[in-house]
Design a protein around this ligand. Structure first.
Ligand SMILES: Cc1ncc(COP(=O)(O)O)c(C=O)c1O
Length: 378
C-alpha cells in the first residue's frame, strides 16, 4: 500500500505547548505582551529590521501597510499579477487603482523594467513579492523609487531568512510583511508581521495596529488616557499565538536547514530534466538565496502540468499549481488596464509545486523525484 504524501504538513517542534503554557502562567492572553515583544525583538535583532508588529495574518499586515501609507481612492499601486490575492486586496480595499506588472522571463518575480513602464505622477506605492523566498532584483527596484515619493513594500510572505546579496529580505523596503500561516516554514497557524523600516512611520504604525488608538502608549504610562486618533483595526494576535510562534522561531535554524536540504535535493535531481528541455527548475539569480520555502518546476505546457498533477495523484502524491494571474481574475479583469501579461500567465499555467515540508522523509522525497522522472520518461 502506497502511503499518501501530502503537499504540506505543518511542523511542530514539540516546544509550542511549553511556551503556550508559560503564556498562560503569565496571565495575559491578549496581544502585545511578553511573547509578542520577544518575537519582535527576535526579528529586530537578528535581521536588523525596523520596528516589527506581529499581526493575525500576512493579509492583515498588508492591510495595515495600506492604511499606514494613507492609500486613497485613485492612488496607483504597482504590483505583480502573479501573487496571492491579499497583495492586491489590501490596496483595492482602500480604493487604489491596481497596475499589474509582468513577471520576469527568468522567474515569477516582478520585472523591474515592467514596473518602470507603469510609473505615473499618481504612483503611490510599489509592492514586490519575492516568490518562493527568492529575492527580486532589489538593486534595480530601489533605483526606481530613489528620489521619488513612491513607497516600496516587500511582500516577504515566503521570505523568512532569505537574502538579496547580504541584505535580509524584509529589511529593504519602507515596509515589509511576513506570513506565519501554517503553509509557511515558520508558523503560528495563522499569523503575520508588519516591518516598518521608516522611523517616521513607527509611531503611527503602533496606533493603526491598536485599532486607531494610542492604547500602547497608555499602557506604557506615556499618556493618562487613550483615544481614537486615526484609522486602525484589531491587528494584534493574542499572546497564545505569539508564544506558539516564538517556540518555532527558537528552532528556525534546524527547520530551515532541513528545508534547504530537501530543496537542494530536488534541484540536483532535476538537473537532467531541465537539460533535456522538459521542465525548468527555479532560477536563482546570483544575488539571491533559497530558504527552502517552496520548490517548483515550470512545465512546457498547461496540459503537461495538469497531467503531471493527475499522474502524481494516481501515485498518491499531492502536487499543486500556484497563483492565478490577478489581471485576468474574475474580480479584476474588467477593471485591469493590463489585459495580457505573458510571463505571469505563463507561470500561472505551467508552475507545479512539489511537496516540501520539515517532516518529509528522504525515502518519500525519493518517491516524488522518481515519479516526476517516470512521468517524463514515458
Ligand atoms: C505572497 C503572499 N502574500 C501574502 C499572503 C497572505 O498571508 P496570510 O495567509 O498569512 O494572510 C500570502 C499567503 O500565502 C502570500 O503567498
Amino acid at each position: 500500500m502506497l502511503k499518501d504524501i501530502p503537499f504540506n504538513k505543518p511542523h511542530l517542534t514539540g516546544k509550542e505547548i511549553d511556551y503556550v503554557n508559560d503564556a498562560f502562567e503569565r496571565g495575559k492572553f491578549s496581544g502585545n505582551g511578553y511573547y509578542t515583544k520577544k518575537c519582535h525583538e527576535f526579528f529586530e535583532k537578528k535581521y536588523g529590521f525596523g520596528k516589527c508588529f506581529l499581526t493575525t495574518s500576512g493579509t492583515d499586515a498588508l492591510e495595515m501597510a495600506a492604511i499606514l501609507l494613507d492609500i486613497q481612492a485613485g492612488d496607483e499601486v504597482i504590483l505583480p499579477s502573479f501573487t496571492f490575492v491579499s497583495t492586491a486586496n489590501a490596496f483595492a480595499l482602500r480604493g487604489a487603482k491596481l497596475l499589474f506588472a509582468d513577471s520576469s522571463i527568468h522567474n515569477p518575480n516582478i520585472d523591474p523594467e515592467e514596473i518602470r513602464k507603469l510609473i505615473t505622477p499618481n504612483t503611490k506605492a510599489i509592492v514586490v513579492v519575492h516568490y518562493a523566498g527568492i529575492a527580486c532584483d532589489m538593486e534595480a527596484i530601489v533605483d526606481i523609487v530613489k528620489d521619488t515619493n513612491i513607497s516600496l513594500i516587500e511582500d516577504a510572505a515566503h521570505c523568512i531568512d532569505a537574502y538579496f546579496n547580504e541584505q535580509p529580505l524584509g529589511s529593504i523596503g519602507d515596509l515589509a510583511i511576513f506570513s506565519f500561516h501554517e503553509t509557511k516554514a515558520i508558523s503560528s497557524g495563522e499569523g503575520g508581521m508588519l516591518v516598518v523600516n521608516q522611523e517616521h512611520l513607527e509611531e503611527r504604525a503602533e496606533i493603526v495596529w491598536e485599532k486607531g488608538t494610542n492604547r500602547a502608549a497608555f499602557f506604557r504610562g506615556e499618556v493618562n488616557k487613550y483615544q481614537w486618533l486615526d484609522l486602525g483595526s484589531s491587528f494584534l494576535p493574542s499572546e497564545i499565538t505569539a508564544a506558539f510562534l516564538f517556540a518555532q522561531l527558537k528552532h528556525l535554524d534546524d527547520i530551515l536547514d532541513k528545508r534547504i536540504r530537501l530543496w537542494n535535493e530536488y534541484f540536483i535531481n532535476f538537473e537532467a530534466l531541465e537539460n533535456s528541455g522538459n521542465a525548468q527548475r527555479p532560477y536563482l539569480p546570483s544575488y539571491a538565496t533559497t530558504n527552502g520555502f517552496l520548490f517548483y518546476l515550470i512545465c512546457s505546457t498547461t496540459e503537461e502540468r495538469n497531467h503531471l498533477i493527475d499522474y502524481m495523484k494516481t501515485k498518491k502524491i499531492h502536487a499543486v499549481f500556484h497563483y492565478f494571474a490577478l489581471h485576468i481574475s474574475p474580480y479584476y479583469k474588467d477593471k485591469s488596464v493590463q489585459k495580457k501579461l505573458s510571463n505571469s500567465e505563463n507561470y500561472s499555467d505551467k508552475v507545479i509545486r512539489l511537496p516540501l515540508f520539515y517532516d518529509l522523509e528522504d525515502k518519500d522525497q525519493r518517491r516524488i523525484i522518481d515519479t516526476v522522472q517516470n512521468f517524463y520518461s514515458k
